[in-house]
Design a protein around this ligand. Structure first.
Ligand SMILES: NC(=O)c1ccc[n+]([C@@H]2O[C@H](COP(=O)([O-])OP(=O)(O)OC[C@H]3O[C@@H](n4cnc5c(N)ncnc54)[C@H](OP(=O)(O)O)[C@@H]3O)[C@@H](O)[C@H]2O)c1
Length: 335
């Protein structure tokens, strides 16, 4: 075993869009586990939009990453040393390991991953936090019914791709909004969406009109991932009694989106809009995995991963999320 581990730390707090210079790749001495602890070697690191929030020290539901500390993030990896009999060496686990090649964690802080169920990287995507987010927001807040129209933004991403497929399986008319013609073709031809609109080919007015055409019976559930001009185009198309699971507002995470919004349709149509943070709902993981793992195994629910090699490339890969350059769940293959 090497006697050093690699960390990617936060060097300074970004203002606006982050840059690779905001991070630093450092070598540290290989840690050793104490009683009840494990040494985990990272195989895959998840890169997620929420990490941008952890780089800032403004008001938030979560504590910011301290300057000089490793970035936070979920990992999946191998236990290579164990001082906990319940989790022996060789077990594959997922945990909040951060942007690190190796991490010490208490055995109580890991979830065991069964490689026989699906490729282990899916524990960070379709069978992990993003999949659970999609399942929870759609079912517990969106309450889709067969025959209703469901629209989802960032439709080919980690969360959106699961939302749209679950809505299709529930018998809904599903319309995606994504950032390229290639992504839209994937949503329709591979994921089974009824239609998909490229928001980069429209302004808010023409996207509003295109949505009206794609959703002739109006929108009953809008799963919100982005905000901004996309939300502005959706609002006038909402039906009476529509539901909006407010999952994310990625167009605002770097502070750049100032699109004015007319909230009149929310009032007139008695729309329910509910924000949620999935880490508040650990109880939703067992029912989520019981329903979605068999769908993934049978091929009824498909997933796409965007895999980048090398922990040192995590900073530049992370930035792709905010330019729409990831195509599917973004993960780093660490080793
Ligand atoms: N509430 C929760 O607990 C929770 C949990 C997980 C994720 N989320 C949120 O869910 C959303 C999706 O996350 P994800 O992990 O599935 O990411 P993702 O969709 O795999 O990747 C992010 C995508 O957002 C779109 N995007 C980026 N900047 C945009 C902009 N300015 N305007 C419109 N679209 C933009 C791009 O897709 P296009 O190229 O298609 O535009 C990009 O590929 C994020 O807002 C995230 O914060 C929330």
């Amino acid at each position: 075993m090497s006697d050093t581990a690699t960390h990617v730390t936060l060097r300074r707090r970004p203002h606006g869009m982050a840059s690779a210079d905001d991070f630093e790749v450092v070598s540290v001495q290989m840690p050793t586990p104490g009683d009840g602890e494990l040494l985990v070697r990272t195989r895959f690191l998840s890169l997620d939009p929420y990490m941008r929030g952890r780089m800032s020290d403004g008001p938030s539901y979560a504590t910011p990453v301290a300057i000089g500390s490793p970035m936070v993030g979920a990992i999946v990896g191998d236990v290579i040393a164990s001082r906990a009999p319940s989790v022996p060496v060789g077990t594959v686990v997922t945990t909040s390991g951060g942007w690190r090649s190796h991490v010490i964690v208490p055995a109580s802080a890991v979830r065991i991953v069964d490689p026989a169920v699906a490729p282990i990287s899916t524990a960070l995507g379709v069978l992990g936090m993003p999949g659970q987010t999609a399942w929870y927001g759609l079912n517990r807040i969106g309450h889709p019914k067969a025959g209703e129209t469901v629209v989802v933004a960032a439709a080919t991403g980690a969360v959106g791709s699961v939302v749209g497929q679950l809505a299709r399986l529930a018998g809904c008319h599903v319309v995606g909004i994504a950032g390229s013609d290639e992504k839209c073709a994937h949503a329709v031809h591979d994921l089974g969406f009824d239609a998909c609109l490229n928001h980069r080919a429209h302004d808010a007015n023409s996207l509003r009109d295109a949505l009206r055409q794609a959703c002739p019976r109006g929108i009953d559930v809008y799963f919100e991932n982005v905000g901004g001009a996309v939300l502005a185009a959706v609002l006038p198309n909402l039906n009476v009694g529509a539901r909006i699971p407010l999952c994310g507002l990625i167009s605002r995470y770097n502070g750049e989106d100032q699109t004015p919004l007319n909230l009149g349709p929310l009032l007139a149509n008695r729309v329910t809009l509910q924000g949620f943070i999935i880490s508040d709902h650990p109880e939703a993981f067992p029912p989520f995995i019981a329903e979605v793992a068999p769908l993934v195994q049978s091929g009824q629910l498909r997933y796409r991963e965007d895999i980048v090699d090398g922990l040192e490339n995590a900073p530049t890969a992370f930035l792709r999320l905010f330019r729409g350059e990831n195509f599917g769940k973004l993960v780093v293959r660490v080793g």
